[in-house]
Design a protein around this ligand. Sequence first.
Ligand code: MSP
Length: 505
Amino acid sequence: MLDLEIPKKFYITTPIYYTSGRFHLGHAYTTICADVFARYYRLVGSDVFFLTGTDEHGQKVEDAAKKEGILPKEFVDNLVSNAKQEWKSLDISYDAFIRTTDEKHISLVKEIASKMLENEDIYKGKYVGYYCKDCESFFTSKDIIKDKCPLGHNVKKETEEAYFFKISKYQKWLKQYILDNPKFLQTESNKNEILAFIDRGLEDLCISREKVGWGITLPFDENYTIYVWLDALFNYVSGIGGLDSDNFKKFWPPDFQVMGKEIFRFHAIYWPIFLKSLNLEIPKTEFAHGWWLSEGMKMSKSFNNVVYPLEYVKEYGSDIFRYYVIREISFGEDGSFSKKNFIERINSDLVANIGNLLSRVITLASKRNQETGYLFFRDESFVKEIENKIIIISKLYKNYELTKIINEIFQLSSLANKYVQGNKPWELLTEDPKKFDQVIYTLLETIRILAVELAPIFTTKWKEIFDQLGLDANNKDNLKLEFTNISEKRIVKKGNHLFKKQEIK
Ligand code: MSP
């Protein structure tokens, strides 16, 4: 067995998305990235819990419902059922879908607010500042540029009595924690921004809002609603069943929490501090990825410049869409969506590379041993190269280097293509049939490994590859990530081209 250093358990989360409108490419991107990690770790035998869900409270949702003339609950119920459909069509394999309107979530949030009060981390004071509904965030006058929040949304000036959380009390602890745990905040540049932010001094956080009807009431003062971020962050606890659950014991803390960079501050500062206040273990890694941009601006409902995944999924299938979004953006950086680029990637990466390799090798394999299949053979130096890639890929998963993972998977395909070129099996066919059989076995087994590595991304295409290799995709024993005798005596079946060449319309 190859030593892939597989974690025993792997708890992965996406942000919970606001139910103020349809999900778009940005939401899909985070969720697909998380899904790839969840699927890989399941594949290699970790006990995985993948959580996603919806953030249903807050003024933004309340206003959106009002605009449609329906009650907030009805509004969010509709959106959630659409959202689940979208995730289904993108083949998202979440283990639980948490809604902040779930009873178990509401009671947990009240419980933790009371605990924080007991721990003397909450006090009453006066709030003077600005509220941005789009970010569901408080800002001070120094953050406001031309009457707008730093992301360019309209803000409202507010002065009210409010409850505060003593963030400042934890400033020193947090900074030290970040420095002592280099893997906690990623990427490096986002971490540095957080450290600089901490150095400018952390202010206490207003955690209540007066007169917001749609939200969780503060258990110790019914006149207030709990600030939506305090409510939302604890989905990561309620989503696995709450503090007393078996799943909490098994999975806490989260191993990998992935999100867009605009909400990193909440996860890198407030979240660990809240957990520290409650004496709960801190997540292993908070990872901020970049933005999908459109005309240089963040793709966002509030800027009206969004791409909707379903239109692409309908035309090209979810595999290709999943592949494109994780391939196009370097994980951690910004990127732009372009239809031309999308088509070019299908043609160059998928049709010309992986698709061609498969059809070439299956065609060659069909030339001999059609009734019996091929016998096990191990070409040591080539096997070393392949197994080395398997190990590299698993290390890259461990370090959350999604872009490099894809590159390495494609390298497997390039190695196989080179092996074909180097051995010229079409010549061996008549000159040295025994060697031909050995070369073909090596290639069939390499393609099996390639298909398994592709499976977290191409959730249906890898099964088509297995079909052509004569392998049962439902048999877990066939999914081993090492060079084995699994491909022995399998009867290959030539099938359709894996990917179709596309015209740029
Ligand atoms: N509800 C909060 C999150 C609470 S988590 C405890 C929220 N919701 S959101 O609907 O606005 O979703 C924000 C997230 O969606 C981003 O952090 C990112 O994961 C994803 N994206 C939305 N637009 C995006 C882009 N344009 N580009 C990349 N991802 C973005 O914030």
